[in-house]
Design a protein around this ligand. Structure first.
Ligand SMILES: [Zn+2]
Length: 144
């Protein structure tokens, strides 16, 4: 967590965004004069990313990331933890016997382990993999 002070949106210079974000304790905060900043200065946020700031400020809008550009994060702010990005890898495959087959879909974040497992099972065929950001044909590196 990083403690920040979010100043705005009543800034004189909005060329960098409607809101300015400084690390709590940054001396530059003193250069924001005026009562309109009193509440901002009194309400530090503990966050891990600019997206989280957007969530707070815009009261949990559906897509806070769309508002991330409204915030100019000064170099005094250093986010210590990267936001967790869980990559949902989707496997689909057929479990088959002589008579029937069953299409199964699973989600995982472990590509190699899941692929190795599926390939080790004799009655599995037609493995397909969907990895975010990678075309399906390239995502599957197996042999079944
Ligand atoms: Zn600063």
């Amino acid at each position: 967590m990083t403690r920040v002070i979010v100043l705005g949106p009543n800034l004189i210079d909005q060329s960098k965004g409607s809101f300015h974000v400084h690390a709590a304790g940054c001396r530059d905060i003193n250069s924001y004069y005026g009562r309109q900043f009193d509440a901002d200065k009194a309400n530090p946020l503990d966050v891990n990313s600019v997206e989280e700031i957007a969530e707070y400020v815009y009261d949990y809008e559906d897509n806070p990331r769309e508002y991330a550009n409204d915030f100019y994060v000064f170099p005094c702010v250093y986010f210590t933890e990267k936001e967790e990005t869980v990559k949902a890898i989707k496997f689909s495959f057929e479990l088959y016997s002589e008579d029937i087959f069953l299409t199964v879909e699973i989600e995982t974040d472990d590509y190699d382990g899941t692929l190795a497992l599926l390939e080790s099972v004799p009655n599995v065929r037609d493995i397909k993999v969907s990895v975010p950001g990678i075309p399906d044909v390239m995502a599957y590196a197996g042999s079944k």
